[in-house]
Design a protein around this ligand. Sequence first.
Ligand code: C2O
Ligand code: CU
Length: 477
Amino acid sequence: LTAVAGGLAAPALLSLSRADTGRPLLPAPASAGTPVTHEVTLEAKPRAVKLLGDDGPASTLWTYNDELYPILRLKRGDRLRATLKNGLAEHTSIHWHGVRVPNAMDGVQYVTQPPVEPGRSFLYDFTLPDTGTFFFHPHCNESGQVGHGLVGVLIVEGDESRPFDHELVLVAKDWRLDSAGGFLPFSTDSGAARAGTFGTLRTVNGQRKFTAKVPASADIRLRLLNLDATRMMDVGVEGADARIIAVDGNPLPALHLDSWRVGAASRVDLVLRTPKAGNKVLLRDYFPAEIFDLAELEAEGPDRQSGAFDPAPLYASDIPEPDLRAAEPQAYVFGAASDSIASFIDTLDPNDPLSKIILDELCTAERTFWAINKRSWPNDGHRNLPPPLARLQAGRSYRFMLQNATPHPHPIHLHGHTFKVLSSSKRSLPVHHADTVLVLPKERIEIAFVATPGRWMFHCHILEHLETGMMGYFANT
Ligand code: C2O
Ligand code: CU
């Protein structure tokens, strides 16, 4: 790593002291107080925002309630009654990503509800069963609607056994903009058939360079959400001692980690001890060729903590424990729709004009590049549902082997369940809970969970991949 200029305390990645295996989580308290019902309206509509700077052109984003990434904050056990009003010119819906909602509230058009047509509304009404950092997004024209900015944050509080001194919510999302502020195509054939189409502008909380003042010598919580359509990050901290306390909202005991890969749709919560006033902490993405700073935090004011850094453990979430011995094993292979086309596409160079013509020819005929167990989600799949990948039995435990048979990473998401990530064939991952798991090229990841009733989508969260075949669903009874 290269040194960072000025005012930075000793660099420390998320390297945790070798002696620390993480303090065990505390059992979730039976009740988090009297549940509250929150009535909210989320109106999806266009809105002009200057993403390219105050003197740059405005871009017409689509947002909820005229807010870029509105944050809904509730407590575990609270009830959310959210009315979606569609002020767009196309149909939409809201999927509550990672939240264990009843199936009818899952927000997948044609699968769990009718699409919400322009000018119409839909009421989502459910109780929040788990604490954590979640988000919500449409499940229609995902690359287009999320690409225009239609995402929001859902925070369910109640996991802190002792409150931290400060908290920041950081939404990382790229934008596909031309220099006049207009949107470039959200999906391209050469991107969709490979690792996805990347944005032209990286932002955190809508800013090109996110900076904030934070209290000095304080234990602060960062809730980092990767809400990009495509990007995978490798996140670490410099200038402070830091630990990972939750993945996809699920608390975990801090473990020995240098950095954490955060695929599209994943979230990671960190706690770090800020330095003395005047010093800086960097939250960095080490994945790209050139390191990207997600946040630059400057400590100010009097010290908040004097003892050694030893953040209080979170309360565990209350996820049904899969019975691994009785679990039914199943295997899911994420691959190309056709092996021959995929390996041929990988020999083409998108920058070479001749290759580009061949790619266009190949791809525009039928935009299906991907498959799960050799089955591709059809282009009209929502309207004319294909058969499910499997019918799982509610209440039964399953062990899934997820195998990536492609040269690109795929963040795999299962709706309506929080699963346990048991092992990877390539990396030493701690056993942890998640709703989206990154499966690297040629990697095998084993997950386990207890099935719940309903039709639940199962797909790659690179939005162009799910739109070009890498999606299916389970029909559970
Ligand atoms: Cu956030 Cu179907 O996903
Ligand atoms: Cu994918």
